[in-house]
Write a protein that binds this ligand. Structure first.
Ligand code: KIV
Ligand code: NA
Length: 265
């Protein structure tokens, strides 16, 4: 039950062992997920959607990501903890990017960071990597660019965008990223990238020909009823379970069934 490291993920790819990855944003859930044996826990900026109720990931601030990251790191003993750099903290000045990265690493105690994008953020990637901070890349549907894309539909279906993605994946490997998330792209393209690269490719909506899978915790647990894209497998229906439990509690309070003789001092 050794702590998972970035190096171990690369070894897992060499052995053909798939990498399991799931998001978490708070102490209690991160503890459950870590104890269940997850390889990688992502403190995703999807917290913007599932925790804060925003429509996009753009509003997330550095302080908010640090709050979530700190809570998760306190709970995790084994999994590799990755924290997303939020929108606006790394796309411009590379010195600002490094300062943001250093704040996340120092204040949360996370193992590494995830940044969206390829060659267009080269300077930020170089500066953060040169400080000894491991980076997971993220290509394909990159939600921080939703205003450029206009929709959350599958990316890189056209040849030009597919070629740019392949180029960017090689670029990220060469610059020194230890893994890449590929989000919502054709399975064939993702499999090709996974076969051409030596670093692990973690897919979400990218098919089975990659080296691991990531999902958003609230989606796979079925807490979020309205969200059912094709790639999402629901492993529980917590919306139903929680509703049942909450309704029972309300009923027991109203009927004075709760608390009973044994449930008081
Ligand atoms: O923020 C997030 O949850 C993510 C995953 C979807 C990869 O970036
Ligand atoms: Na994210």
């Amino acid at each position: 039950n050794r702590k998972v490291t970035t190096h171990r993920l690369v070894e897992m790819k060499q052995r053909g062992e798939k990498v399991s990855m799931l998001t978490a944003y708070d102490y209690s859930m991160a503890k459950v997920i870590d104890e269940a044996g997850m390889d990688v826990i992502l403190v995703g900026d999807s917290a913007s959607n599932v925790m804060a109720g925003n429509v996009t990931t753009l509003p997330m601030t550095l302080d908010q990501m640090i709050y979530h990251g700190t809570s998760v790191v306190k709970a995790v003993k084994r999994a590799l903890v990755v924290v997303d750099m939020p929108f606006g903290t790394y796309q411009g000045d590379a010195k600002v990017a490094l300062a943001s990265a250093v704040r996340i690493m120092k204040e949360t105690g996370a193992d590494c960071l995830k940044l969206e994008g390829g060659s267009e953020i080269r300077e930020s990637l170089e500066r953060i990597l040169s400080a000894g901070i491991p980076i997971m890349g993220h290509l394909g549907l990159t939600p921080q660019s939703i205003n450029k894309f206009g929709t959350y539909t599958v990316r890189a279906k056209e040849e030009a965008e597919a070629n740019k993605l392949i180029e960017d994946a090689h670029f990220l490997e060469e610059i020194g990223c230890f893994a890449i998330v590929l989000e919502k792209i054709p399975a064939k393209l993702a499999a090709r990238v996974a076969s051409e690269l030596t670093i692990p490719i973690i897919g979400i909506g990218a098919g089975g020909g990659v080296d691991g899978q990531v999902l958003v915790m609230h989606d796979m647990l079925g807490i979020n009823q309205g969200f059912s894209p094709r790639f999402l497998r629901k492993y529980a229906n917590l919306h139903e379970e929680i509703t049942k439990a909450v309704k029972s509690y309300i009923k027991d309070v109203k009927t004075s069934d709760f608390p009973n003789e044994k449930e008081q001092y």
